[in-house]
Design a protein around this ligand. Structure first.
Ligand SMILES: [Zn+2]
Length: 334
């Protein structure tokens, strides 16, 4: 296929929005989509129909049946769209999408399928902030093109966060018609309260709080996986036992969690402290990333099983999956 415009292989967006140019040295298409951003698609020159024969386990966890292949394909594409757009928004290298490698595809999609609501509203406000030249400006967003940027799977979900932020007083929005454009244009303004929220959220914090058991069996998980994964994403890992040893430790923990940007809860060994710290962080609206070693996952407390866990077998797997999840959920530290 020659360079030109065609439908986006992930989201089908067509006409002039998509520029697709094959590289002649590799079996890869470079795609630029107004919705998904920049990504690579391989093998090149194919039109892929995405009818997945297998429903990935994380979608069954979300309530799909094994026969929901059509719905699974649709959701996979939406999550991949989020993945590619997130890379573009953050200026990361264009990710490679290979639709024939279903395992890798499901792994990429799963990373983006569990972004907490608090993180999504934050992303919407941050997207607006990025596009605002001066406070008070009416900023234009196109829900049809911008939903993956806030980790929404469609316009309906995007609208939900928009309304929620308006109700809490962080933004105001309205539509207007523009000469020469067929559809109404959405204009949004961050309110003073919204600016205050942007200044107040833990965004200035670089701390990733680690809640985990302190047994010797978890030392390698800490030093070979959790600590480096947090550092590689640009944050400072904090495990309170390493900085304080006194009876005030609980007060100290509460203060440190409040100051953190996010919390990693590794529930291996089922320490009650880990559940307490994770619950406290959730109540504050902090993103919580749950992990558990595979051989202990059946012991996870029932009420929290509903949260997606990184279920890991070895430390290198935990390190890479945790790193990906931090980038997807919170973003690389700027
Ligand atoms: Zn696209």
């Amino acid at each position: 296929m020659a360079a030109g415009t065609t439908g986006c292989p992930i989201c089908d967006l067509n006409a002039s929005f998509v520029h697709r140019s094959p590289r002649y040295d590799r079996d890869v298409d470079d795609v630029e989509c107004a919705r998904c951003g920049k990504f690579m698609f391989a093998p090149a020159h194919i039109s892929f129909d995405w009818d997945s024969p297998v429903v990935p386990p994380f979608l069954i966890q979300k309530g799909l049946s094994r026969r929901d292949a059509k719905q699974a394909s649709l959701l996979l594409r939406r999550y991949l769209s989020i993945y590619a757009r997130e890379c573009s928004e953050r200026g990361l290298p264009a990710p490679l999408i290979n639709p024939f490698n279903l395992d890798e595809l499901a792994r990429q999609a799963e990373t983006y399928a569990f972004t907490p609501v608090a993180a999504k509203t934050e992303k919407l406000l941050r997207l607006l902030e990025k596009r605002t030249i001066f406070p008070g400006q009416h900023v234009r967003l196109d829900p049809e093109l911008d939903y993956p940027a806030v980790h929404a799977i469609g316009v309906e979900e995007f609208g939900f966060y928009l309304q929620a932020l308006q109700k809490e007083g962080s933004l105001e929005y309205g539509t207007t018609s523009v000469p020469g454009e067929t559809k109404a244009v959405l204009l949004i303004t961050i309110t003073l309260q919204g600016w205050q929220r942007l200044a107040a959220t833990g965004v200035n914090s670089r701390t990733g709080f680690i809640a985990m058991s302190f047994g010797a069996s978890m030392d390698s998980a800490f030093s070979e996986a959790i600590e480096p994964a947090i550092r590689e994403a640009g944050y400072e890992p904090l495990r309170v036992d390493r900085v304080h040893h006194n009876q005030k430790i609980c007060d100290r923990i509460v203060v440190e969690i409040r100051r953190s940007r996010f919390l990693i809860a590794d529930v291996t060994a089922q320490s009650q402290n880990v559940y307490f710290e994770a619950g406290f962080a959730m109540a504050l609206g902090l993103p919580v990333i749950w992990c558990c070693r595979k051989d202990d996952f059946t012991n996870v407390k029932f009420d929290t099983r509903q949260y997606n866990h990184i279920v890991w077998s070895d430390t290198s797997q935990l390190r890479s999956q945790l790193h990906d999840r931090i980038i997807a959920t919170i973003g690389r530290a700027q």
